[in-house]
Every structure is written in structure tokens, then in C-alpha cells.
Design a binder for this molecule. Structure first.
Ligand SMILES: [Zn+2]
Length: 150
């Protein structure tokens, strides 16, 4: 895998578990955005971009987050524990949008993104630091989601 560019956007509050967002470019050709750098129990790790899983209300077919207790559209009480289980027996709330297909690829992405994050963090301590521009995303909302799900 030829990663040709990594951009990191730091989260202002570095006490947060979510430390930054990253985008990476593969072979000057394909950009993958919304990787997250997270400070976990075992140190920094990288979460691949993911989307929230939804299902349909049995009453009105409205779309609800998998953990919603009541339908957003008709107010029907929804069965708890819906959705698929992960390997640890917990309900899967997110699905990866893009991810490496083997451990070697995962390790490389992780190492490169964490290194880029550390570099950006060092740069941010210099006078006149200008954060990398990420065009159009609402990162406030992403940060909020990350806090909700821990
Ligand atoms: Zn409904």
C-alpha cells in the first residue's frame, strides 16, 4: 500500500479521548477521510471511518438509530437489543465505510496515522502554526458522536 499523504486535524481539547481526525491518500489517487485518532486504554489507536447503523420501525418503516428506544417518526416503543452482535456479544452500532482487509494493512495505517498525528501535535506547539484545512465537514458533530459512544 502506497500512502502518499496524510493530513491530521487536531481536536482543540486534548483532554478528550478523541484526539484528531485524519485523511489519507493512497497512491496519489484515492482519499479516505474521517479516520479518527483516539486515546484509548492501551494508547493511541486509529479508528477507520464508519457510519451509524439504522433499522426500520416495524410500525411505520421509519428509519431509527439501532439504539433508539422509540421510533422518531411514530413514537412506537422499539424492541431493545436489536441489530447484529459483534464478536464480543455487544450490539454493533457502527459499520466501517473503508478499512484495511488484513492485519498488515491495519498496522501500517495505524503506525503512519499515529506518526502524522504526533508530528502535527509537535508542529502545533510552534509559533505561527496554521492548522491543516479540511474543506467542508462538520467536525463538531463528529466529536459529539465520538463522545456519546465512548
Ligand atoms: Zn415508527
Amino acid at each position: 500500500m502506497n500512502i502518499t499523504e496524510i493530513r491530521v486535524k487536531l481536536i482543540d481539547d486534548q483532554r478528550d479521548k478523541l484526539r484528531g481526525f485524519a485523511s489519507l491518500t493512497v497512491d496519489r489517487c484515492l482519499v479516505i477521510r474521517d479516520l479518527k485518532v483516539i486515546d484509548g486504554a492501551k494508547g493511541l489507536f486509529v479508528a477507520m471511518p464508519s457510519r451509524k447503523l439504522h433499522d426500520r420501525c416495524p410500525g411505520c418503516a421509519g428509519k431509527n438509530h439501532i439504539r433508539a428506544r422509540f421510533c422518531n417518526d411514530c413514537g412506537l416503543r422499539l424492541r431493545e437489543g436489536r441489530g447484529d452482535m459483534d464478536e464480543r456479544g455487544r450490539v454493533r452500532l457502527y459499520a466501517d465505510i473503508a478499512h484495511p482487509i488484513h492485519q498488515e494493512g491495519r498496522d501500517e495505517v495505524q503506525a503512519r496515522v499515529v506518526a502524522a498525528y504526533r508530528h502535527e501535535l509537535e508542529c502545533s506547539k510552534q509559533d505561527g502554526y496554521v492548522p491543516v484545512r479540511f474543506d467542508d465537514l462538520d467536525y463538531h458533530e463528529f466529536a459529539q458522536d465520538a463522545r456519546e459512544t465512548g
